[in-house]
Design a protein around this ligand. Structure first.
Ligand code: HEM
Length: 355
């Protein structure tokens, strides 16, 4: 029986890819919370709602933490993507240099704005403006990552892009991909929020949590279905300037799209069963969370298989084998264990003091 992706590939490519995918999954969850949360708060504020219900209150409280977590959790996959796809990733970075570097001041600005929002949540106009600025900043960052990813895979556009000095990669499918990530981020953020409310985050009372979960469910389900419908086309770049060559892909992504679809069904089950209960039961929590994890894992694996189908795997594997001789593995493992131990210690301290 052949091993599941990425373990079916040669070592050390499979090892780098496994670490890349696991760390990217962590980044994806936090960045979804930031994207979904910022959009939800901006939407509520722009509709003139001034008082903070459990949804806005919890998002406003937790968004600064989530943004720092999204940024921190982005560092690990950033290291692995540079090892895995050095030539492609750096070329795209360099081609859109100033545009690309703009994500740093934008993220710093968004970070401070989130604290401003937290400090002045009741100033109606100010908080509407601040929430919208945060949402736009975060969307700009998502757009930049998407553009970078798509440009990195379209090597035929590199020379023209360099000659024209254009700062943006002009493929309209960038916006479709952005719509896809947003459609997936919103239900992810809402589910994470539903879990937080269930456990009383930001002082949420059980009846508030129940009411909020019921209100969020139809929106989350709608976006989840949109994401499911877009996934195969967006990931394969069907309507982009450089779609993947289907003969090279040979349907390798299909099992992972199916896995993602199973995840979507489980998540739907989690949301729907929560509608009839006074609070999220253990079964709902497991269903929804497992569903979300499977959905993201399926999407990230399919996304990676599509990227590999565009590149020369032999050249990549050879480069990774050379890199693996740099003997950084021991140092990496030591620091990975240290970091995990510190995180576990912090969790333990916080849990104890909360108790
Ligand atoms: C809140 C801010 C951020 C948002 C909304 C965001 C959003 C995204 C999105 C939508 C993608 C998928 C791109 C695609 O496949 O089309 C992505 C990928 C990625 N992000 Fe983030 N991101 C954020 C911040 C960061 C930061 C600060 C880092 C690094 C420190 C980072 C590291 C990565 C990496 C490594 C990838 C994978 C790139 C690739 O495989 O080509 N992200 N991000």
């Amino acid at each position: 029986m052949s091993m599941p992706f990425p373990f079916d590939l040669a070592w050390p490519t499979s090892g780098y890819l496994a670490l890349y995918l696991v760390t990217l999954l962590m980044h994806a969850l936090f960045m979804s919370y930031v994207l979904g949360g910022a959009l939800a708060v901006a939407f509520v504020r722009l509709h003139g709602v001034r008082e903070n219900g459990p949804v806005t209150r919890t998002f406003i409280d937790w968004l600064p933490f989530a943004l720092s977590a999204a940024i921190t959790a982005g560092v690990a996959p950033l290291l692995f993507v540079q090892i895995l796809f050095q030539r492609e990733f750096y070329t795209a970075n360099l081609l859109s240099f100033h545009r690309w570097m703009a994500i740093l001041p934008v993220l710093i600005g968004a970070f401070y704005l989130l604290y401003l929002l937290k400090a002045r949540p009741h100033a109606r106009r100010l908080s509407a403006a601040v929430a919208s600025a945060v949402a736009l900043s975060v969307i700009f960052v998502a757009w930049s990552w998407i553009e970078n990813h798509m440009l990195s895979l379209d090597s035929s556009a590199w020379v023209k892009q360099y000659e024209s000095g254009a700062l943006a990669y002009r493929d309209p499918a960038v916006f479709l991909r952005l719509a896809f990530w947003l459609a997936l981020a919103l239900p992810t953020a809402f589910w994470l929020l539903a879990l937080q409310l269930r456990f009383g985050a930001s002082g949420a009372k059980p009846e508030e949590a129940h009411f909020a979960t019921r209100r969020l469910a139809p929106v989350a389900l709608g976006f989840l279905l949109v994401a499911a419908a877009l996934a195969p086309f967006v990931l394969r770049g069907t309507w982009s300037l450089s779609p993947v060559d289907e003969t090279r892909l040979a349907g390798a992504d299909v099992p992972y799209l199916v896995l993602a679809a199973v995840g979507v069904l489980l998540t739907l089950g989690g949301w729907l069963s929560s509608q009839h209960l006074p609070r999220l039961s253990g079964l709902c929590v497991v269903l929804g969370s497992l569903g979300l994890a499977l959905t993201w894992w399926g999407v990230l694996c399919a996304r990676e298989l599509v990227r590999l189908a565009r590149l020369d795997l032999d050249t990549l594997t050879q480069r990774h084998t050379e890199l693996a001789t740099s003997s950084g593995l021991v140092v990496f493992l030591v620091f990975a264990v240290l970091a995990l131990a510190v995180i576990a210690w912090i969790f333990d301290r916080v849990a104890r003091s909360l108790r």
